[in-house]
Design a protein around this ligand. Structure first.
Ligand SMILES: C[S@@+](CC[C@H](N)C(=O)[O-])C[C@H]1O[C@@H](n2cnc3c(N)ncnc32)[C@H](O)[C@@H]1O
Length: 386
């Protein structure tokens, strides 16, 4: 499969997670990276592509560049696309789709370039085999990503397929689950050392607890995921993939820290437990049904990361609750670095604590702020007004 050929790899992520993705890549041994908008680019081999799909926690998808070229008019796109050896990427029996993003005046309809490339793919196959592969827009086995900015076109293979935040461990979710890649990004941003206590008193279906536990155990985020688009490619090297899977630790005997979650909803805690049980770290994570106000500090210091109800999405009045959360943090969480993600800026003010840090990011479509509050003895008396 040309194992050592250098490929241009683009790792896509969410707005605001680019820097943590760069750090994550560096930790995995990829220090030569370029930051793009909602993506990070690097060079690597097919082995690296498999490895990144398996191990990256803050990524949405891993793309491999097929071709990059310049066009001057609409018609150039088909001509250039016909020069690509499409059957070298996948076979007739696989379904495919073409998606992406177009920012160009050359096309009147942004969806049109995808149709042009789809036609070029179908025509190339027809010419060679007198037959063409089927399109499946919803769940294609092979997906091409087209990015057009003005006259510059980049066509890539999406090697992940379904986004990488679909980890495969989630059976039950609540109304407002945190995206898994965002959860991993938040934990990384918090600077948690994977040794000190980690708590989430609004754990819901357990996303933050699970991502933290996987990190602490050194297990890949995608431990339970079976689907990867690269398995459908013509060059799929099953032995190479198997060897990467064999490198994953088989057993976890303990975690180097305490990870503790609670939620006032018994139904949510049941979901969290069910999700946790699917993973080898499940039995090391403590969960309980408790309102946050009942939660006692489990150790002298540690990190709390939580996404309490935002109000907007679940239709509740939450501002008063944030005032109570602030009071509880001041009396119960001294010595902890407490991080809260919320889209409710008014409610944040009601915490009555001055944030040390604010990061803007998105949870799904919702613009959120992720804020750090260091709670010391003395925070109790201070009443921060913003
Ligand atoms: C936005 S959801 C958290 C989602 C979670 N991060 C996940 O990924 O599933 C907020 C959670 O806060 C819980 N909750 C609401 N009020 C609470 C309270 N007073 N004490 C503890 N948990 C509460 C809800 O049951 C809900 O599960």
């Amino acid at each position: 499969m040309g194992e050592n050929r250098k490929l241009t790899i683009t790792v896509k992520t969410f707005f605001g997670l680019e820097q943590v993705l760069v750090e994550e890549l560096a930790e995995l041994g990829f220090s030569k990276t370029t930051v793009l908008n909602r993506a990070v680019q690097l060079e690597g081999t097919w082995r690296d592509v498999y490895f990144l799909n398996l191990h990256l926690r803050c990524a949405v998808s891993v793309l491999v560049m097929v071709k990059s070229f310049r066009i001057n008019r609409e018609g150039d796109l088909y001509k250039e696309a016909l020069k690509i050896d499409w059957p070298s990427f996948f076979s007739l029996d696989k379904t495919f789709a073409v998606k992406g993003a177009v920012f160009s005046d050359l096309f009147r309809h942004t969806g049109y370039p995808y149709l042009v490339i789809k036609d070029a793919i179908a025509d190339t196959f027809r010419k060679k085999f007198d037959d063409r592969p089927n399109v499946n827009v919803k769940s294609p086995q092979v997906m091409f990503d087209v990015y057009i900015k003005h006259k510059e076109v980049t066509i890539s293979l999406n090697t992940s397929g379904a986004p990488l935040f679909k980890r495969g461990y989630r059976e039950g979710v609540g109304d407002a689950p945190l995206n898994e890649a965002v959860a991993a990004g938040l934990i990384r941003m918090s600077g948690w050392d994977k040794k000190s206590t980690f708590v989430d008193p609004f754990c819901g279906s357990g996303t933050l607890l699970i991502e933290a536990a996987l990190m602490a155990a050194g297990l890949p985020a995608q431990l339970e995921r079976q689907h990867y688009a690269f398995k459908n490619f013509a060059n799929f090297d099953a032995d190479l993939w198997e060897s990467l899977l064999n490198d994953i630790p088989k057993r976890v005997t303990e975690l180097p820290c305490e990870i503790i979650g609670s939620d006032m909803s018994a139904e949510m805690v049941t979901k969290a437990r069910r999700n946790l049980r699917r993973l080898p770290i499940g039995r090391f994570v403590k969960t309980s049904v408790d309102a946050f106000s009942e939660v006692k500090k489990p150790s002298e210091s540690g990190v709390m990361i939580s996404n309490p109800p935002y109000g907007e999405r679940m239709g509740e009045e939450v501002e008063e609750m944030y005032e109570e959360i602030g009071d509880w943090m001041k009396s119960e969480m001294t010595g902890f670095n407490c991080w809260i993600i919320s889209s409710n800026m008014e409610a944040f003010k009601r915490l009555g604590l001055r944030p040390d840090k604010k990061v803007r990011l998105y949870n799904g479509d919702l613009e959120c702020s992720f804020r750090k509050f260091s709670v010391y003895e003395g925070s109790k008396k201070a009443k921060y007004q913003s």
